[in-house]
Design a protein around this ligand. Structure first.
Ligand code: SP5
Ligand code: ZN
Length: 340
């Protein structure tokens, strides 16, 4: 299996994030995650690890607002020019509710306008890492469009919380959405998000489209991040009505009920009959994930892989979250092993 991976992520290593209550904790979305996955891939005899191709900004601007991408590009340099006392990471403390349309001009004003939380920390290498991550997803999409049965985009930073013009939840550019949109020029696309958290950015991006079916299986936003998207009654709008589906799950959901939600999702995909499938693969559904409350086992992740693979669609698998670094390698292998 072709695996697209870039070393550029290493320079995106924010020193901390802020948890609820104001607690400063070491950044959970760290580069050790990639090392664990790479180690596990190197031990297989089927993973072919390849540098992504540079697709330029056009496929990114097709999904993200240009001014937002410009903000990602210039904010670090602007941040260093401020008189802020701790410049280790750009993080605002005021957020736009966007009930008033005015976009601020100051750096911290724009940061609060373009960020939805305190874990989309920007450091010197963030923009380059985010671009390389999107190129991994695009390269995997191209491989699948050229006839590969599946390809894996080993993306870091992840992408599914990033919307047209906002960052959040460790995400800056929505890699899976950029890839799905690129593939949509060739026919209908289904995007299935199995990360523990609702893929709010992906939901927003495709909400009014009927050529890309988006489905997310995740912890119920009534108790879990991202709090403001992911309810069962959010099903798309305009032409996209009926082309988005959320499966909110309760705390403690284990393999069997998870797999029955997955079966419903797969049935929707079969009916939609897409040409390509994109999977936003987060491993934070794992029972021992520090951010998760869902109790899917490694065997369960293998079963998820098996059932998605049985759709028999050309499939792009895009790495999203997963923060139990010890288990990340074996969980990713459990999923990918069903596609090799
Ligand atoms: C890609 C991805 O998985 N992003 C997840 C971002 C989640 N941020 C959640 C922050 C809330 C922290 N609550 C901590 C509870 C620890 N038990
Ligand atoms: Zn997640």
């Amino acid at each position: 299996m072709k695996v697209y991976y870039s070393e550029a992520h290493r320079k995106h290593e924010p020193p901390f994030e802020i948890f609820d209550g104001g607690l400063r904790v070491p950044y959970l979305e760290n580069s050790d995650r990639m090392d664990r996955i790479l180690n596990a891939l190197h031990k297989t005899d089927w993973a072919d690890i390849i540098e992504p191709k540079d697709f330029g900004l056009d496929p990114i601007h097709a999904i993200h607002d240009k001014e937002y991408v410009d903000f990602l590009a210039s904010s670090w340099t602007e941040w260093l020019a401020t008189d802020s006392k701790d410049k280790s990471t750009l993080l605002p403390s005021t957020f736009a509710l966007r009930r008033h349309p005015q976009k601020p001009t100051s750096l911290l004003g724009r940061a609060g306008y373009y960020m939805m939380d305190l874990s989309a920390c920007i450091v010197e290498g963030t923009y380059a890492a985010a671009l390389a991550s999107a190129n991994c997803a695009l390269s995997a999409a191209e491989a699948v469009a050229n006839g590969e049965r599946s390809a894996f985009a080993l993306c870091r930073p992840p992408g599914h919380h990033a919307g047209k013009d906002y960052a959040g939840g460790y995400c800056f550019i929505n890699n899976a959405s950029v890839a799905a949109n690129w593939l949509s020029a060739k026919g209908r696309v289904a995007l299935l998000d199995i990360d523990y958290h609702c893929g709010n950015g992906t939901q927003d991006i495709f909400y009014d489209r009927n050529d890309v079916l988006t489905i997310s299986i995740h912890a119920d936003p009534n108790f879990e991040y991202p709090h403001y998207a992911g309810h069962a009654n959010e099903t798309g709008s305009g032409a996209g009505l009926g082309f988005h589906k959320n499966f909110p799950l309760e705390k403690g959901t284990h393999d069997a009920p998870y797999l029955s939600a997955l079966e419903e999702a797969l049935e929707l995909i079969r009916k939609f009959a897409p040409k390509h499938l994109v999977v936003s693969a987060g491993m934070d559904i794992f029972a021992d994930d520090p951010l998760g409350t869902i109790k899917v086992t490694t065997e369960g992740i293998g079963e998820i892989g098996k059932r998605i693979s049985a759709l028999d669609l050309p499939t792009v698998i895009v790495m999203e979250g997963g923060y139990n670094n010890n288990a990340l390698g074996r969980n990713v292998i459990a999923l990918l092993g069903e596609f090799k």
